[in-house]
Structure formats: C-alpha cells, structure tokens
Design a binder for this molecule. Structure first.
Ligand SMILES: Cc1ncc(COP(=O)(O)O)c(C=O)c1O
Length: 422
C-alpha cells in the first residue's frame, strides 16, 4: 500500500475498544483488491472489519436519486462508527438516535440538534431532559404514559406518533414492542396529547428491519393518511411523516421498488399537502454492504451424524458475541466466501470461538474443505454487527480497517465542493 495514506483513528466510546485505522487509497482500487491485500498478510488473532466508506457514499447518492423528497435520518444504532456519522453528516442526512448516548455521540461529532429525531418511544426521564437541554425537540411516542412523562419534562417537544404497521416479511419484527394501534389507540392518544397541550407534529411507523416487502410501505402510508385526517379533527397540525427503516442493504438488493411504492404512495396520500415533510430512518440500507468481515479458521473437527453423514465443523475467530449476533439470534442471512476452490463441497457448520453452544454462525452450508488458518470472508456484514460485539469468553473485539478513495475523501473534505445535502 505504498501510495496510500494510513492513519490510526480512535474510537470515542470508552467501553468499546475496537482498534480502527483509516486508509485513504488510490482511486479505482476495488474492495476485492483491498481484501486480497489483507489476506496476503495472513491470519491475525482478531477478525477484521473492512469498511468501504465509498460504498456508504454511493448508497447515499442512490437514495437521493431514488427518493429525493424523503430525507434519510440514518439510524445510528445500526453502526455507530464516528466516520460513518461524520460522512453522512457531511452528505446532509439527519440522524435517528435511540438513546441519550447516541444523541451525545452525534452532537459531539457536530450533528445539529435539529437534524436528530429521538426515535425511541420508551425514553427515560434523564434522556428526555438531555434531549431538551441540547435542543433535540423531535421525539416519538406510542403510549399515554410517555405523553404524561413528556408533558412533565419537555412539554415544548415536537411529538411524532409512532403507529404499528408490520410486514410479515422481515428479519426483525418490531411491532410487538413499539407502535400504537392506528385504529383503536391512536385517536385516544391524539386526544390525550391535546388535553395536555402537547404538539403532535408527526407520524411514524417501522414495518420491521430487513424487509423483503416493498408493498407494505404503501399500505402503511395509506394508514398514516387516515391518522393524519383524524389528527386534524383533534386539532393537531401534522407536517411530518417518517416512513422508518427496513430497507435492504446487501449487495445486489436494490431499493428501486421500495422507492417506487413510497414515492407513489406519498403522491397519492399526501399530494394535496404542500407543507408536508417526509423522512425515513434507514440503518441497514446504508451500512450492510459496506463491511466485509474477515475471519479465519482457528479449529476444525470432523463429525459424523447418526445417519453416517460426514459434517465439517469449523471454529472461527468471531461469533455471535462478536460480529454475528444477528446471524445467531435473528437468523440474518450470512454471506460466507472462501478462497479455496474445489468441485467437492462438504456439509459444513461455522461456529464462533466461545464455549457457548448457541455461538453458531451458519449450519449446513456447502464449502470446499478448509484448513486451520484458512480465511472465511463474510460479505454484507455492516449492519447490527460491530455495535453488538462484546468480549464474552475473553475474545478480542474485531479490528476495523476503514478504506476510502482519494476522490471521495476529497469531495467530503473540500469545503469548496460543499455537502451533497438536498
Ligand atoms: C426506531 C428504529 N428506526 C430505525 C431503525 C433502523 O432500521 P433498519 O436498519 O431496518 O433500516 C430501527 C431498527 O431497529 C428502529 O428500531
């Protein structure tokens, strides 16, 4: 990497000590070439997250092209690396924060409080007070007790009613935990807010994370219009619709059909409302494809099932207590790629390194036979991975290597070119 510039950068959170390094590389170097160079150095103790910042920028450009009237508020919970937040801030996105900690992080990195939605319907009093003290006025609610709490601690806030609208084609359904029923609960909540003299200015929903069902957004937006009309009758002036997250983020999973449904539903349902603003809270979309996780086989075992079938067990240096929580608990799809080529593929299981029997990344997949020290690279590993990593069983956190091309780095840091905000 002789022509590249390399910097050590430090993670801001004291409790998470992932080591990070920023590499500004020559234009035109592909992620595959970067990974190959890293593999040439041989295995190390930690897994390595290769973060391609260009990919995040590319995703933003696609979003703006596809849904110019829907401003993305990136969901920090999905991947909270400062460089992702700073990059998206420069590109002009807003941010969805779920906690005082995320608000603090965003503000410390220079995010304007008006570019934050506190999108957590169950907030602590402390976090509400923190939001108020820092000028973060926009926040969601979905129940009467939350309204009472906000009325006591931040009555001037601009409130966004989160209603429930679930897709049944998602990795992570959210509707059981959050979102009021649009028919049976929303009217009473709007009434209660009025009684407390609170301002409800927005509506939001989240159809679930990792959604394969673009049509669902359309129906949710139709439901939003019904609540909008009801809110008007109750005396609330709704000017914001937040269509949440759920958008796919893996390579080869475009958002065209999602954009098409959302754009047309907005036109159909809110085309008569000139002062309406539209936002979304994408997390996975922005970061999933930007990260490849390089693991290596640290141990191997050949087992025989009761029917006599041979199965290869590989134990790698990262697992569900590291980067793969979502693979273990939410059946999120993993995308393992190996270097070895062979026509003979064997039934294989990939285990994490800990002693926990739940620490399983993938089962019954077909791979060429691997040896100890061989690499398994997991593509599309940026969403809900590093943010969930801990040191269970004493294993180290992954190492993060960030790559950005000279041109993209220049465009982000050259004030003459400015931001790409809409
Ligand atoms: C309130 C809220 N907004 C946004 C997101 C991000 O969703 P996604 O990563 O599916 O885009 C989540 C994820 O859980 C969420 O809970």
């Amino acid at each position: 990497m002789t022509r590249d510039q390399k910097f050590a950068v430090h993670h801001q959170s004291p409790n998470r000590m992932a080591t990070r390094e920023l590499n500004i590389i020559a234009n035109g170097v592909t992620p595959r070439e970067i990974i190959d160079r890293i593999l040439e150095d041989g295995p190390i103790e930690e897994s390595i997250h290769v973060l391609d910042l260009d990919d995040v920028v590319r995703k933003h450009r696609i979003w703006v092209e596809q849904m110019p009237q829907v401003k993305p508020f990136y969901a920090i919970k999905c991947h909270d690396d400062p460089i992702i937040i700073e990059t998206l801030m420069k590109l002009g996105t807003g941010f969805d924060c779920a906690s005082k900690g995320e608000i603090m992080k965003a503000i410390q990195l220079g995010v304007h409080p008006e570019s934050i939605i506190f999108a957590q319907p169950a907030k602590s009093v402390e976090s509400i007070a923190y939001a108020k003290a820092h000028g973060v006025n926009l926040m969601t609610f979905d129940g009467q007790h939350e309204l009472d709490k906000i009325s006591s601690h931040f009555p001037e806030a601009s409130l966004v009613l989160r209603f429930r609208y679930d897709s049944d084609q998602v990795f992570v359904p959210l509707g059981r935990k959050f979102g009021c029923d649009p028919q049976t609960e929303a009217p009473d909540l709007l009434q209660h807010a009025k009684k407390l003299n609170l301002k409800v200015t927005g509506l939001s929903f989240h159809i679930g994370s990792g959604c394969d069902d673009a049509n669902c957004y359309e129906k949710a937006i139709e439901t939003a219009r019904q609540i909008f009309d009801h809110a008007k009758l109750t005396g609330h002036n709704i000017t914001l619709l937040d269509v949440g997250g759920g958008f796919p983020g893996a390579k080869g999973k475009p958002i065209d059909s999602y954009a098409e449904r959302i754009n047309s539903a907005i036109m159909k349902c809110f085309g008569d409302q000139d002062d309406m603003q539209f936002i979304a809270e994408p997390g996975r979309y922005y970061v999933a494809s930007a990260v490849s996780i390089i693991t290596n086989v640290i141990a191997k075992r050949v087992t025989t099932e009761s029917n006599g079938k041979k199965v290869l067990f590989y134990y790698v240096n990262d697992g569900i207590f590291g980067s793969f929580y979502s693979a273990g608990h939410e059946q999120q799809i993993v995308y393992p790629v190996v270097q070895k080529q062979s026509n003979q593929k064997l039934t294989s299981w990939i285990w994490g390194p800990s002693c926990d029997p739940l620490d399983l990344i993938a089962r019954d997949i077909f791979l060429p036979e691997l040896d100890i020290g061989d690499f398994i690279v997991f593509e599309n590993g940026g969403a809900y991975s590093l943010v969930l990593a801990n040191r269970f069983n004493g294993f180290p956190l992954p190492k993060v290597k960030i790559f950005v091309s000279q041109d993209i780095w220049q465009s982000l840091h050259n004030p003459l070119k400015g931001s790409e905000s809409k």
